[in-house]
Design a protein around this ligand. Structure first.
Ligand SMILES: C[S@@+](CC[C@H](N)C(=O)[O-])C[C@H]1O[C@@H](n2cnc3c(N)ncnc32)[C@H](O)[C@@H]1O
Length: 177
């Protein structure tokens, strides 16, 4: 994906994609059940775009995206949430700083998919939601990386995306509570 592609389509992004992205979010919330972030929990939205995927949560939300234009739109629409410009491959947060990390229809755009997923794992304390575009040529590679690195709780078959609801794998040798 061209570096400036999303900056160029920023003004029209919501009218093109709002309805389909909100439909994905509705399905995710319906399936998360008790895993939905509580009001006092912290959520990171990686590749948040204009903040559609950030908008549905009633908790402490941060969104990050490399497109300055999209981040400006997101911050204007949701002044109480935090938005910053940055890449999945180098998340500017300490280890385990978010209870929930989500990435909605964005992972196929990462320059280094493995590095981006490892960064999401590093900053996550508990749960992840990764929604992957089914028609992406990188679907198989992404699916393998998710299976190897995360504990999959549920897979949702959405019209355009495969949505993985995940937890963190217990490191080998860790005793269960
Ligand atoms: C289809 S949009 C999805 C945006 C948003 N999650 C939504 O549901 O509307 C894909 C997003 O991935 C972002 N993106 C591209 N490369 C990225 C990277 N290396 N790290 C994080 N996000 C990236 C784009 O800027 C774009 O906002």
């Amino acid at each position: 994906m061209e570096d400036k592609f999303y900056d160029e389509i920023a003004q029209g992004y919501d009218s093109l994609h709002m309805a389909e992205q909100l439909q994905k979010m509705t399905m995710i919330i319906a399936d998360m059940g008790a895993d939905i972030p509580k009001k006092n929990e912290k959520l990171l939205d990686v590749g948040c775009g204009t903040g559609i995927s950030t908008s549905v949560w009633n908790c402490d939300c941060t969104g990050i995206d490399p497109s300055e234009e999209l981040i400006e739109i997101a911050q204007k629409k949701q002044p109480k949430k935090k938005f910053l410009v940055g890449q999945a491959e180098e998340l500017p947060f300490p280890d385990k700083s978010f209870d929930v990390v989500i990435c909605i229809t964005a992972v196929h755009n990462f320059k280094d998919i493995k590095k981006g997923l490892m960064e999401m794992k590093r900053v996550c304390k508990d749960r992840l939601v990764i929604s992957v575009l089914k028609r992406s040529q990188k679907l198989e590679e992404i699916e393998k990386l998710i299976i190897i690195n995360f504990k999959i709780k549920k897979i949702i078959m959405e019209e355009k995306d495969l949505i993985f609801l995940c937890g963190l794998r217990q490191p080998p040798g860790t005793k269960h509570a």
